[in-house]
Ligand binder design. Structure first.
Ligand code: SF4
Length: 372
């Protein structure tokens, strides 16, 4: 990129609707937006010359005013088990991480939504780093764009990335509009064309945003619960003090009521922390808590990181916890730990960025119910 590119419009920042508006403002036919979205996200091109169904004049005018720019790959680490972790640099020098996890015929990309996170969950490595800023649409969808280009160099080959989870660094609900635009591209048949059941937004429970999501998009919803009662969740997920469990579960139920399939379930994420939330009593309390919510529980063995106060639950404890839930009729899975040799496991995404100490301000905005 040269200096003059800094003022150009990044076309990766546009959903189809917004690109259509953009072309109309340039007195171009709306169908041009569809053509360009296909070049960008289906064919993964990064230059205008390749867009062979556009006129030469249009290609030249786009090249003069626009750019196609994803984050820059700093490292691409591949684990022995096929997991990939990319460290990506953004224009302002901040870095984020994105992870790809293959399993059977499924390939899941875990995408970040913010540089760091303001929510300060006590078991989370990202939280330790502080919070810097929200990612742009181009920086969010750019993670998928990069991963697809790397893993599936032939765009016409069969799909390698079958699922996307907004579960990387950050709380996606606090970067709402940009996450919505990026997820629209994930679902759009002119872009990535992923099924709505294969695109998951994971939240720690921002209640007003869960309600707003139901009005805007139909995707799978995951809730980072991690505790069966408010006293414990207040300690693990401080956002719980603002939106306690009962309110969050009610919002999840409303979300299910508003999406269009009766078969939908919320995924409940539960990181098991030795001696903290993994006892038999906790398992029974969890089963009681969730008995009326259509859900499946995903148990996640804790992945330790330097200077954490927590430890991983033993295998026996995890088995026992799971058995209780299953006996109580809860659909329960245990997430396999993947990519351990490259620190790509859940809760280990750190990136490299400067904490701009906006955590308090950011948190205050949440307190006021303000979504960004
Ligand atoms: S677990 Fe998620 S919401 Fe909580 S601090 Fe980490 S990234 Fe943020």
């Amino acid at each position: 990129m040269n200096a003059s590119d800094n003022n150009k419009i990044n076309l990766l920042d546009f959903s189809l609707d917004k690109l259509t508006d953009f072309f109309q403002q340039r007195s171009e036919k709306p169908f041009r937006a569809k053509q360009v979205i296909k070049w960008l996200h289906q064919m993964n091109v990064d230059n205008f010359d390749a867009m062979s169904n556009l006129s030469k004049a249009l290609r030249e005018s786009l090249a003069a005013d626009c750019i196609i720019k994803a984050p820059e790959i700093i490292t691409d680490q591949a684990s022995q088990d096929g997991t990939h972790k990319w460290l990506l640099r953004l224009d302002d020098g901040n870095c984020i991480e994105t992870v790809f996890i293959p399993e059977g015929d499924r390939g899941t990309l875990c995408v970040s939504s913010q540089v760091g996170c303001a929510l300060d969950c006590t078991f989370c490595s990202t939280a330790r780093q502080g919070f810097s800023r929200n990612l742009t649409v181009a920086e969010i969808i750019g993670q998928l764009w990069i991963a697809k280009r790397t893993l599936q160099p032939d765009p016409k080959a069969s799909r390698v990335i079958t699922n996307v989870v907004m579960m990387g660094m950050g709380e996606p609900m606090l970067n709402f509009e940009n996450v919505i635009d990026a997820m629209q591209l994930m679902l759009d048949d002119n872009a990535y064309g992923l099924s709505k059941r294969r695109v998951t937004l994971s939240t720690s429970g921002v209640v007003p945003a869960i309600d707003k999501l139901a009005e805007r998009l139909n995707v799978a919803l995951a809730l980072s619960l991690h505790a069966p009662n408010d006293a414990l969740r207040d300690k693990l997920v401080p956002l719980n003090k603002k939106y306690p469990i009962k309110e969050v579960l009610a919002a999840c139920q409303r979300y299910l009521d508003n999406v269009d399939s009766v078969r939908e379930k919320i995924t409940i994420e539960y990181v098991l922390l030795a001696g903290v939330n993994d006892s038999d009593a906790h398992a029974h309390e969890l089963a009681d808590l969730l008995k009326n919510l259509p859900c499946k529980i995903n148990l996640i063995p804790f992945n330790p990181f330097p200077k954490t106060q927590y430890q991983t639950s033993s295998n026996n404890r995890i088995h026992r916890f799971k058995d209780i839930l299953v006996q109580r009729g809860c659909v329960t899975t245990r997430r396999k730990t993947r990519g351990e040799d490259i620190d790509a496991a859940c809760g280990q995404l750190a990136g490299k960025f400067k904490d701009r100490s906006r955590r308090k301000i950011h948190f205050a905005r949440i307190e006021q119910g303000e979504q960004q």
